[in-house]
Write a protein that binds this ligand. Sequence first.
Ligand code: NAD
Ligand code: AHE
Ligand code: ZN
Length: 390
Amino acid sequence: TVGKVIKCKAAVAWKACKPLVIEEVEVQPPRAGEVRIQIRSTGVCHTDSYTLNGHDPEGLFPCVLGHEGGGVVESIGEGVTTVQPGDHVIPLYIPQCRNCKFCLSPKTNLCSKIRATQGKGLMPDGTSRFSCNGKTLYHFMGTSTFSEYTVLPEISVAKVNPAAPLDKICLLGCGIPTGYGAAINTAGVEPGSTVAVFGCGAVGLAVIMGCKEAGAKRIIAVDINPDKRQIGKRKRLLLLSFIYLFIAQSFGATEFLNPKEHDKPTQQVLVDLTDGGCDYTFECIGNVMTMRAALEACHKGWGVSTIIGVAASGKEISTRPFQLVTGRVWKGTAFGGWKSRDGVPQLVEKYLSGAMKVDKFVTHTFDLTEINKAFDVMHQGKSIRSVVNF
Ligand code: NAD
Ligand code: AHE
Ligand code: ZN
């Protein structure tokens, strides 16, 4: 197949707000500096749903979504030196070119070498490698892992230890490094800290895992079950929050707070619970109201709130500037601050050594043909992560 177009199956997002459709697509060979990858497994992240639902100002259709994959290099384009056919790789939505000013700075992981074309759904040369029935399909986040084969720039793949199962470590392409790194790299949680984590999906649970490892004393998990609004019965509500406490606790949470069980605003409940506020808070939902609550739940003088959630197009955050004047700090993170090609292989080793949980995040597995079910269980609040296997 080297140098030839590959026909394979992919889940195509033809339009916003419509289910994905399994189609036969054509995937062109990699051009100079590119690699073609056979995707073996992919997670489904809330960001895929955000873009599919039309909330992403950069969302383009038709496209191939997916950015949490694991695969094997099928072929390489001219000039590629860092990977070979057969290598196990994790696609990276934040590349690491190692020579742009961002890569040269120790302060950020936001390599910007190909960000402009990536945001337009195209490869760095301004074209797409995907088509279906003669129609060009856009790439997504530079990764497009909802396809049996995909093409990425060489700088957007991390070569990883082939001993690690791709149907688990695909999650190291987004959710787990994001949350874990937010705690360890971005916030820099210290031993003895009191933290609150808003949202207990894969990202929030990975934050909890990072905070526990950093030695936080109190980790308060904050969540509502999305099903809950329709259920509306107190008995059922308590049962659901018990289940969520159980999940969050198993990742390291010490307490659980369901905002729907309190009349007071969540920030006030947290300030009261913690003698003045948390040392660190994390927003892992993507809702600008909970972003405000997370900032205002921080302790005066030193509390740091980190935004991880991605808010819909047009949404803006607000708070009284006095909150910042009096020493609270608002931060944000993308991919948990990891310089991607360096960080992901290290996280894979950490997983293999038994020092980092990954398997536990996988609550559902599906075949590619069932991929829409992965979105359904996410929206029903039933899953932590679904992994789709090819
Ligand atoms: P998820 O859907 O699995 O989890 C979200 C959780 O938030 C659910 O448990 C849900 O019950 C809870 N929730 C919803 N509304 C709530 C509310 N008002 N109060 C409390 N809890 C509420 O999502 P995920 O895959 O874990 O992603 C979380 C967010 O992080 C999304 O916005 C996603 O787009 C974003 N994200 C950002 C990055 C990054 O690099 N910054 C990376 C990955 C994901
Ligand atoms: N296209 C969106 C931005 C989405 C966004 O913030 N993405 C995160 C990763 S989410 C992974 O699940 C990110 O890495 N952002 C940095 C970047 O350069 O995109 C919008 O709102 O425009
Ligand atoms: Zn993601």
